[in-house]
Write a protein that binds this ligand. Structure first.
Ligand code: ADP
Ligand code: MG
Length: 700
């Protein structure tokens, strides 16, 4: 078997099957070895036909007593199979002549299938079967039957045949001839670890998982606790962690401007503010300052709950670069948020003589040309915008710092592509990433291992707690009444419309309808509407009017999720909260509770609620702590949704499960550091093995 190198070297694999295997992310023999069963069936015991139970899959063996084609609603082949204890009908709707001829009276068949109640007692539909030849029936060592992830055109039986070949390979490798294929599956973990943690060898672990013996503890296997699984999980998590360390190392090979100023601009900025930074803002700013003094790019994630004052931290970071003559780019995920930043920051910086620039998707034609020109010439010093800042024709004169607000919406790729934007005469910009979606620690470690993390764990003084209630949609009239009362007492309110539809048009339509309904019900109130399809200027005008208290009630889609800051607003109604993630609800709710008045949030749900929805709304009522809410969200929904993982690469985990295996992460992190420092030669191969074909983001 030593000559096996490619998939097509296996028996039965031609170019066509090889291509189909690619759909399962199997590109090489190694990939095939790592294509593991997702469950097992115990087919080692033959059950007497008389002892079968409906719906309980089982193996039976008996003699064919007759086979005939019957014409009912659909033509089928009916085979009567008998053993010493009873008789059962096997029914095939798809069959060919050869199959039919095979079923001659007296033939011994072994079948696996699920018995169901049919017209003639128990029947098995399309069982897997094998004709038993004399003397060949019993396997010496019974094994569980693996069930593999499959895809159209590749059956389980096909996969099992392929795996029988790889298993032979693994067996040789594990037991007899460890040196035969050192290149195929080298054990990359240091010998010392294997001893210390009692880890099984790689080939042994794989072999075991492809065909565990029947006496194995299935519960242990199903919960991912078997040492063979632990070994692979560890390796996979390590590989992910290492790939992020690689990214980080790659970025930090660049030079970046080392900023060693007297912070004069910062001081002027702070002097004109009506407040001083909180202790947490100060601490995080100090951490950033230390990073900026290094001659290589800062890569820092700032986590701060909604309202914790991330904008000021970003502005203070920007000051040092601006003072040193560099440009700063600040990017936000939505236009409305970017506009808020523009307004705030321009308000802070214009008096200091700093010129801001603006670029969003909707900036077109002449205006766009002018914006690009100002960015390219360096006239615009602080450039604020949306994804539009990523576009190819955007060139900066001297970009020194990139700030990304609300990281969870941007992918690793995008973040890295900005690095290229900033490259000028061998210099790369510093990167500051800010997120208001607190990420549970364990997840942050895996998803953002390439970033240093700071946490703003303190809110500015004077915030008042928000009381949250969940109320059924049936009590809508009461809630409308409540809005009326709050607003007539001088408060302002948000009414947030959400829809599950992907279509923005439908969402906006819903918001328009609601606005109309509320205008009819509350004629005394001044009601405004914002949604994503309005022109930027129109949106800005409405937001300004709301801020200036020229409007009492703002009806909005979730475009106001982030960044909107109106301290006088103290009531928020959220429609269909059961459709939103907890992080998003927390974001939305953070729009109130910003002033001194007591604030309220009403979750106006549609009954009946599922159990999960009930739990989630309960979490919102119980807590206002973003980190607690994120932990609960993780418990309830799993890590994928929480991180928007499509972008982080973590959705490609093959054996590990971030939630189930969370307790391993601190260990994995330490091991990754150790491997990185002491066994650098294994890093590349390990990353390649686990992320090779799927995780190309390693070499962005
Ligand atoms: P977020 O972290 O959600 O982005 P912002 O930066 O928008 O929060 O800040 C929320 C509000 O708190 C803003 O009105 C901001 O001016 C105000 N703020 C920020 N820092 C302080 C502080 N140290 N003291 C008082 N108010 C502050
Ligand atoms: Mg913000």
């Amino acid at each position: 078997m030593a000559h096996l190198q490619k998939l097509t070297d296996l028996k039965g694999v031609g170019p066509k099957l090889a291509q189909q295997l690619e759909k399962l992310n199997i590109f090489s023999l190694t990939d095939l070895c790592f294509h593991l069963p997702f469950r097992y069936e115990d087919r080692s015991r033959v059950i007497p036909i008389g002892g079968l139970h409906p719906m309980r899959p089982a193996v039976i063996q008996g003699e064919v007593r007759g086979a005939s084609v019957v014409f009912g609603k659909r033509r089928s082949l009916l085979v009567k199979l008998q053993d010493h204890s009873g008789l059962i009908n096997l029914r095939f709707y798809h069959f060919n002549a050869a199959q039919k001829n095979q079923m001659s009276v007296g033939t011994q068949l072994r079948c696996y299938g699920e018995p169901r109640r049919g017209a003639s007692g128990l029947e098995m539909y399309h069982p897997e079967y094998r004709v038993m030849e004399d003397g060949l029936d019993d396997e010496s060592e019974p094994r569980l039957t693996p069930v593999y992830p499959a895809t159209e055109g590749i059956t389980q039986q096909r996969l099992r045949l392929l795996h029988e070949q790889t298993q032979e390979l693994l067996r040789n490798h594990a037991v007899d001839l460890p040196d035969l294929l050192p290149d195929l599956l080298p054990d990359l973990l240091p010998e010392q670890w294997r001893e210390q943690w009692r880890l099984p060898g790689l080939s042994e672990a794989l072999l075991f998982l492809h065909q565990p013996p029947t006496h194995v503890n299935l519960a242990e296997l199903e919960s991912g606790q078997h040492p063979a699984q632990k070994r692979l999980i560890l390796e996979e998590l390590l590989a992910h962690q290492l790939s992020l360390l690689q990214l980080r190392a790659q970025v930090q090979r660049d030079s970046a401007p080392a900023i060693l100023g007297d912070h004069a601009l910062r001081k002027s900025l702070l002097a004109q503010l009506p407040f001083s930074p909180t202790g947490a803002q100060q601490r995080v700013t100090d951490e950033i300052t230390a990073d900026l003094q290094q001659p290589y790019p800062m890569l820092r994630l700032v986590q701060g709950d909604v309202g914790s004052g991330k904008t000021l931290v970003a502005a203070l970071a920007a000051c040092d670069l601006l003072q040193a003559g560099y440009q700063v780019a600040l990017m936000a995920p939505t236009e409305i948020l970017a506009e808020q930043h523009l307004k705030n920051l321009d308000g802070w910086f214009a008096p200091l003589g700093i010129r801001t620039g603006w670029l969003a998707g909707k900036v077109k034609g002449k205006a766009r040309e002018k914006a690009l020109e100002e960015i390219a010439s360096g006239h615009a010093q602080l450039v604020i915008g949306t994804h539009a800042l990523f576009q190819d024709d955007v060139h900066f004169a001297r970009l020194g710092l990139v700030i990304i607000d609300e990281q969870h919406r941007f992918g690793v790729h995008q973040r890295l592509s900005l690095k290229e934007k900033g490259e000028h005469s061998g210099m790369a910009p510093h990167q500051l990433v800010m997120t208001a979606t607190p990420i549970p620690r364990t997840l942050a470690m895996s998803a953002y291992a390439d970033l240093d993390t700071s946490v703003i764990d303190e809110l500015p003084p004077g915030r008042s707690p928000i009381t949250t209630v969940a109320i059924s949609e049936q009590r809508r009239p009461e809630i409308i009444q409540r809005v009326q009362e709050a607003c007539s007492e001088g408060a302002q309110a948000y009414w947030v419309c959400t829809l599950i539809e992907e279509s923005e048009t439908l969402q906006c339509q819903a918001a328009e309808n609601t606005a109309e309904e509320l205008r009819a019900a509350l004629p005394q109130l001044r009601i405004g509407l914002v949604h994503g399809r309005m022109k930027a200027a129109e949106k800005a005008a409405i937001m300004d009017a709301f801020k200036a208290h020229e409007l009492d009630l703002l009806v909005a889609t979730t475009v106001i999720e982030v960044g909107v800051d109106v301290p006088n607003a103290s009531l928020m109604i959220i429609e269909n909260p059961e459709r939103l993630g907890l992080a998003q609800l927390h974001q939305l709710r953070g729009r109130v509770g910003r002033g001194s008045a007591k604030s309220h949030c009403v979750l106006l749900y549609k009954a009946p609620l599922s159990l999960t929805s009930k739990q989630r709304l309960q979490v919102m009522r119980d807590s206002q702590d973003g980190f607690y809410i994120a932990e609960q969200d993780l418990q309830i929904r799993g890590p994928g949704e929480l991180l928007g993982t499509r972008q982080t690469g973590l959705q490609m985990l093959r054996v590990a499960d971030l939630q189930r295996d969370a307790d391993m992460l601190p260990q994995v992190q330490a091991m990754a550091q150790d491997l990185w420092l002491k066994h650098p030669a294994t890093v590349g191969p390990l990353v390649q093995r686990w992320l090779g074909n799927a995780g190309r983001f390693a070499n962005v």
